[in-house]
Ligand binder design. Structure first.
Ligand SMILES: [Zn+2]
Length: 351
């Protein structure tokens, strides 16, 4: 979501909360459930420059969300149960399922104790190259480089730009500029640019992955708890819609096989990296279905409706994102009112 869209969305959440309109709308837009999406969970850090802050929440916030979700009358279920309820299509209590992307170590360190305390099941989607510690977390490498440097030189689409990064404000501007330029490129070029940028500034591209992501041993250790479900999230965390079909099939099936081999259990759920419409579309949804995944989740915002029974590999999610760490937003998000407005009252958007 761009900054502008996010600010509009946030203003919308606030307006819905203040007018209490979400309460009136819930019977009409409330859906049958929600897949909550998280990335990092860790204590808050005081930083002037934190362009990826939307991808992290604090353990206390997660704790509050669990209580709030239950107080709002939602069952908290596994991804398998969410799938079964959608397929059965019965009217019942609304449900929520918790999902975490990318396999960050802080999920085991900070999220797990909170979820364990409440007996909350959850799913972690693993990009297998991250567990091999060879992943390219380019958005974090970009952040790291800009944080450490006064000036950043990047060559993007053949053009070399030098950006002033001497103040937090300048760093934010530089990040924003480079990030969206990169996002417009084919992903192989994007990766090459960030590798080049990191190289120029003497930063080891792979250290981010080693520092932040679980190893296979850590994945196995956490996975001994029955609360944990693992899903696949490709091998190289690619924006699949930008690649040829063979790559998409390979990324989906090889990552699944690898996790199954490492853990000795069947992997039936998938999450599309980045997961917005430029990264996952109808072609990816049908390949995931063909490959036999029971569910696949996007990052398109929305609640689950009975109609999603026919779109199990194109499920929307509700982002519990660092910019909305307020309990009042949880009520509004789960009421569905914000998404109804955001999605112009379409319940399913799988195009
Ligand atoms: Zn991801």
């Amino acid at each position: 979501m761009s900054d502008l869209r996010m600010n509009v969305f946030k203003a919308g959440l606030e307006a819905l909360y203040l007018t209490k309109a979400h309460r009136l709308m819930r019977p009409y837009v409330g859906g049958v459930g929600a897949v909550l999406m998280l990335h990092h969970v860790r204590p808050a850090r005081q930083q002037d420059f934190a362009p990826n802050a939307l991808l992290e929440v604090t353990p206390d916030y997660l704790d509050g969300v669990v209580e709030r979700v239950r107080a709002n009358g939602f069952d908290i279920v596994t991804m398998d149960e969410a799938h079964d309820r959608l397929v059965a299509g019965e009217e019942g209590r609304p449900f929520v399922t918790f999902t975490f992307d990318d396999g960050y170590r802080d999920n085991a360190e900070y999220a797990y104790p909170v979820l364990k305390k409440h007996g909350v099941p959850f799913t972690i989607y693993l990009p297998t190259s991250f567990m091999d510690h060879e992943g390219e977390l380019w958005w974090l490498v970009l952040e790291h480089t800009i944080r450490n440097e006064q000036t950043v030189t990047a060559t993007i689409a053949g053009e070399t730009v030098q950006l002033d990064c001497s103040t937090p404000q300048r760093k934010r501007e530089a990040f924003h500029r480079i990030y969206w330029l990169l996002r417009s490129l084919p992903e192989t070029e994007l990766r090459a640019c960030v590798r080049d940028l990191a190289g120029r500034h003497g930063f080891d591209f792979r250290s981010t992955c080693r520092d932040l992501c679980m190893t296979w041993d850590e994945v196995r250790a956490l996975g001994t708890d029955a609360l944990v479900t693992y899903g696949a999230h490709t091998v190289d965390h690619l924006m699949l819609a930008k690649f040829p079909e063979e790559t998409v099939r390979r990324e989906m099936s090889v990552s699944r096989q690898r996790i199954e081999a490492e853990l000795g259990r069947k992997i039936e759920h998938f999450a599309y990296p980045v997961g917005d419409p430029t990264s996952a579309g109808p072609r990816e949804f049908s390949i995931a279905r063909e490959l036999g995944f029971k569910t696949a989740v996007t990052t398109r915002p929305g609640l689950l409706f009975p109609e999603h029974r026919d779109h199990l590999t194109a499920l929307p999610r509700v982002s519990l994102n660092g910019h909305f760490q307020s309990m009042r937003y949880v009520d509004v998000l789960l009421s569905g009112a914000a998404f109804a407005v955001f999605n112009r009252f379409r319940r399913v958007n799988a195009a």
